[in-house]
Design a protein around this ligand. Structure first.
Ligand code: ADP
Ligand code: SF4
Ligand code: MG
Length: 325
């Protein structure tokens, strides 16, 4: 492994397959990337392309089928139960729907204190210390201390997501998988939560893997962006490069579907043909071929390979690689 001191997470050839009645569902199929300390890698792609499964596989909430995950140089997939429990302090997750991920019978205080008790940071009897820490975390995420004894159903979506973030922060993690943390929220509240997450990243030096299907969100939060299609990565680049010069026809189609606020700019909308094919028993070749406006016969016959076309800009399209498009 390359010894890069600023690198906090390295994922190599990660795969997660689910056995299903029709065969093997390739939910995550050979994903590789690294994230530097304090940075955000945005992961974008349509619903069902494997984003959540990838985020969970990195944290071993889904046991990966194969591949490697190194966190601060530690081989995550070789850790035993005790090692994983320790690692949980450093690697956390924020879910899309905080209501679904919160126990409706736990108050704000109990929800935030739970990870502290599970990890035995505090003894259950140290009520005053626990309350002090819970209030401190509530302040960090902008939750008024008067809400400490309320239940999730008494709060709006934005406040519930603040509890989700508070829970993730309770153990002072270094890295957080943010799985569509604002997708379930009203647009007006999305910006507040995104700003909060940006401030927390800055103040605490957090590293994010930020999953979203929303390109305007991913553009706002990401240093680098990884585009997924049916379990595979199709393109990865620094955020500005990806938006300025998307190379893969799928990324181009995704970007052209974002409404452009400037009326003087042409839309150049690329329409995707056909439907998302299935990630069950996929053959070799480009999984986007059925929908790609540039598809050639060769596209479905050759194994996909990720190549670095420009410094830091990786793509799998064979026709881009051959300089044909
Ligand atoms: N536990 C599971 N068993 C079988 N298939 C699953 C399971 N979880 C997810 N999948 C499938 O894996 C693929 C990727 O799902 P997911 O990671 O949730 O995508 P995304 O988060 O991008 O919407 C989908 O085809 C989904 O149906
Ligand atoms: S490999 Fe072929 S089908 Fe796939 S994106 Fe490139 S041109 Fe389109
Ligand atoms: Mg998902």
């Amino acid at each position: 492994m390359e010894n890069n001191t600023s690198e906090i997470l390295r994922v190599s050839h990660l795969k997660k397959y689910f056995p299903v009645p029709a065969g093997m569902l390739h939910a995550v199929d050979d994903i590789s990337f690294a994230i530097d300390n304090g940075k955000t890698l945005g992961v974008v792609g349509e619903s069902g392309c494997g984003k959540s499964t990838m985020g969970r596989a990195i944290l071993r909430l889904h046991e990966p089928t194969s591949g490697e995950v190194y966190f601060q140089g530690k081989d995550v997939l070789s850790l035993d139960k005790k090692g994983m429990k320790e690692l949980r302090r450093d690697m956390q997750i924020v879910f899309q729907d905080p209501y679904a991920s919160l126990n409706p019978r736990m108050t704000v205080s109990e929800a935030i204190a739970a990870p502290l008790l599970v990890q035995k940071i505090y003894n259950r009897k140290n009520k005053a210390d626990i309350e002090k820490r819970v209030k401190e975390i509530m302040n960090m995420v902008g939750l008024a201390n008067r809400l400490i004894n309320t239940y999730p159903h008494e709060l709006d979506g934005g406040r519930r997501q603040r509890i989700g973030i508070a829970r993730a922060l309770a153990l002072n993690p270094k890295f957080i998988v943010c799985d569509e943390p604002v997708s379930a929220l009203d647009v007006s509240i999305q910006a507040q939560i995104l700003n909060l997450m940006a401030d927390l990243q800055e103040d605490l030096g957090l590293t994010y893997l930020f999953i979203t299907h929303d390109l305007s969100v991913v553009k706002y939060v990401s240093d680098d962006i990884l585009v997924m299609y049916l379990g595979q990565m199709v393109e990865k680049a620094p955020s500005d490069k990806l938006f300025k010069k998307p190379m893969h026809p799928y990324t181009q189609a995704l970007l052209s579907a974002i409404p452009i606020p400037d009326p003087d700019l042409p839309m150049n909308r690329i329409t995707m043909k056909g439907e998302l094919s299935s990630p069950i028993n996929p053959g070799i070749g480009c999984r986007f071929a059925k929908r790609c406006p540039y598809a050639a016969d060769s596209c479905s016959q050759q194994e996909m390979v990720l190549t670095e076309e420009e410094p830091g800009h990786f793509v799998t399209c064979q026709r881009v690689q051959r300089g044909e498009i």
